[in-house]
Design a protein around this ligand. Structure first.
Ligand code: FE2
Ligand code: FE2
Length: 190
């Protein structure tokens, strides 16, 4: 597991629990974007067979999460919303270098770090909700995100070696911590 440098403040969970409908709508978008990220690896790196099977499976699993969250949204009589600028992912995406291999390494590291924040936050939501189906759902997501952290880092290490990966992970964890510190509190995953 990756050690995040900045823990999520308790006020984030309060904001989410007080505006859970808004949180669900943002959460659905995050799952859909995660699925698209998985398929983007498949589209961009067809020459890296190591990536293909796990990334197709990852994209399907995230799409399944999207479907599950969408059903929660529909059951509450809510609607999906168009995407907005993501103040969390944008500065992290700018950290990704250009150049085919550097870009692949960085995108895998970025995937691992974003999933690690998801693990932390889904864990907080699961603990914060009253016991029941919804809390159990977030516990399941917590487990699944934890597997995803391992997946991204394993693929990165297999392709680029542990040393290169650790250096980039350390750099991105420091940046991600600063980004989280500066995030406005919103009923959103980030
Ligand atoms: Fe997910
Ligand atoms: Fe995930």
């Amino acid at each position: 597991m990756l050690a995040l440098t900045t823990p999520t403040p308790p006020a984030w969970l309060e904001t989410v629990l007080a505006n859970f409908d808004d949180f669900l709508i943002d959460h659905a978008a995050c799952e859909r974007k995660a699925s698209a990220t998985g398929m983007a690896f498949v589209v961009r790196y067809p020459d890296r067979p190591l990536l293909l099977e796990p990334m197709i499976a990852f994209a399907r699993e995230e799409l399944e999460h999207f479907h599950q969250v969408y059903r929660l949204i529909a059951a509450r009589g809510l609607s999906l919303r168009p995407d907005e600028k993501d103040p969390y992912v944008e500065p992290l995406a700018r950290w990704v270098r250009t150049g085919r291999d550097a870009r692949l390494l960085d995108r895998l590291v970025l995937g691992g770090v974003v999933e690690a924040r998801g693990v932390e936050r889904f864990g907080l939501v699961a603990e914060g909700l009253p016991a029941g189906e919804l809390a159990d759902f977030y516990k399941d997501l917590w487990r699944s995100e934890a597997r995803h952290v391992g997946l991204f880092l394993r693929l990165a290490r297999e392709l680029f070696g542990a040393e290169a990966v650790e250096a980039r992970v350390a750099e991105l964890l420091a940046l991600e911590g600063r980004v989280v510190q500066d995030l406005a509190l919103r009923p959103a995953l980030h």
